[in-house]
Unconditional design. Structure first.
Length: 75
């Protein structure tokens, strides 16, 4: 993409290591409604939500400590 469109863009996404720790090694999606029972789907969803809360806490820490510039990578 041209720099004029991305020079002020911050893309936040989970690392491959984070995704690998999730149940089924993926972010839940619509196919889970077909492939999982409602009980299992809810259990997996709760687990992913808990993991994402940890991710949010880490981001908050980075922002509060002013560490964001050190974590940035060019697109």
């Amino acid at each position: 993409p041209a720099n004029e469109h991305t020079d002020r863009t911050i893309l936040i996404c989970p690392s491959p290591e984070f995704i690998a720790r999730l149940p089924n090694k993926k972010v839940p999606d619509r196919t889970d409604f077909v492939s999982m029972s409602p009980e299992l789907r809810r259990k997996v969803w709760r687990s992913v939500v808990a993991a994402c809360e940890e991710l949010a806490e880490e981001l908050n820490d980075v922002l509060e400590k002013g560490q964001l510039p050190a974590r940035l990578e060019p697109l």
